[in-house]
Ligand binder design. Structure first.
Ligand code: NDP
Length: 305
């Protein structure tokens, strides 16, 4: 096995005396994570190098193992490797275990640990935007890895109800089963529907109202909305907050919400906040007062505009 898959590509002088981290995904060229972590390293005066790794789809374990064997200290994990990262880690935090997906890996005492900071990142971004979650009704569209990562942290904020709606009903039902006990323990109802069912309810006037609608599907990547215009018209009101996990230009989902006077957000703040949580896991919670995720978010938005 080639044990220099990552470090071979890095100029030795670039990493001399620095702790090494990377984001691993495929594709990875578009990732903003190196920029974000470099800014956190600057804010906290940490000697840190943060690069990118793009294994082919079947080579995650080989790359990750080589990275840690060569002295790498932590990895951010993105699409499509979050489930594999979960099996790669020998110790999982409870929230990673529940999500069945890992976005943050680190090595400690020769052991590989895994956590999932996506949900915490979302909650922190919502709170920073003035969205109170206690007592709210939340609709989550999608039932993939991202949805699994956010349900637990959202439930912990005390909503009264979460509905998970997916294109294929089976995956939404799996989510409801997986998080059913947690929902019950915080006194929230958790239901599963297909998006088609929501369309039918919109036509018959029986659709529930939600305070927060989160698009955790990958539809925006194909410049599509998971909602028909008819369903969007029933869901979005001026009092609704619509959040798309995808970031960049306003997505079709965000445009539908804007048409009906709802407040909207993309997922850039979530990306910056989940990175902040990972950075503190790696470099120590004592640095929490020295990092400023909202400043990093403002700078990133400016750079991407
Ligand atoms: P997955 O591939 O695991 O899941 C994709 C989900 O999207 C499935 O529920 C799928 O439904 C649904 N879907 C795909 N296309 C459509 C469509 N045209 N209409 C309706 N539903 C559709 O992806 P992830 O869960 O990992 O990621 C979802 C999104 O979240 C991605 O776009 C990703 O970039 C973003 N993300 C953003 C983060 C951030 O920090 N801002 C963090 C993590 C993710 P079905 O099951 O029926 O196939």
């Amino acid at each position: 096995m080639d044990t220099k898959l990552f470090f071979d590509q890095v100029e030795p002088a670039t990493i001399l005396g620095k702790a090494c981290y990377a984001v691993v995904g495929n594709p990875i060229g578009h990732s903003q994570s190196p920029w974000i972590h470099q800014r956190y390293a600057e804010q906290t005066a940490q000697a840190m190098y943060y690069g990118r790794m793009q294994p082919s789809i079947d080579q995650f374990h080989i790359y990750a193992q080589a990275f840690f064997q060569q002295g790498g200290q932590g990895l951010s994990v993105t699409v499509p490797f979050k489930l594999e990262a979960c099996t790669f880690a020998k110790q999982l935090t409870p929230r990673a275990q529940l999500a069945g997906a890992v976005n943050t890996l680190w090595q400690d005492g020769g052991q590989i640990y895994g956590d999932n900071t996506d949900g915490l990142g979302l909650v922190r971004d919502l709170v920073a935007q003035g969205i109170a979650l206690k007592g709210t009704k939340i609709l989550i569209l999608g039932a993939g890895g991202a949805a699994r990562g956010i349900i637990g942290p959202l439930l912990a904020e005390g909503p009264v109800a979460i509905m998970a709606a997916n294109r294929s009903l089976g995956k939404a039902k799996q989510l409801a089963i997986l998080f059913g006990e947690l929902a019950q323990s915080v006194g929230a109802t958790l239901r599963a529907e297909s998006i088609e069912d929501l369309e039918t309810q919109a036509s018959s006037g029986t659709l529930s109202q939600f305070d927060l609608v989160i698009n955790a599907t990958a539809a925006s990547l194909d410049i599509l909305s998971p909602l028909s215009n008819h369903l969007a018209a029933q869901l979005f009101q001026p009092r609704t907050f619509a959040y798309d996990l995808v970031y960049g230009k306003p997505t079709p989902f965000m445009q539908q919400a804007l048409q009906h006077g709802s407040r909207v957000s993309d997922g850039l703040g979530m990306l910056v906040e989940q990175a902040a949580a990972a950075f503190l896991i790696w470099r120590g919670a004592a640095l929490s007062s020295a990092i400023n995720p909202r400043q990093v978010l403002a700078e990133l938005r400016h750079a991407l505009a």
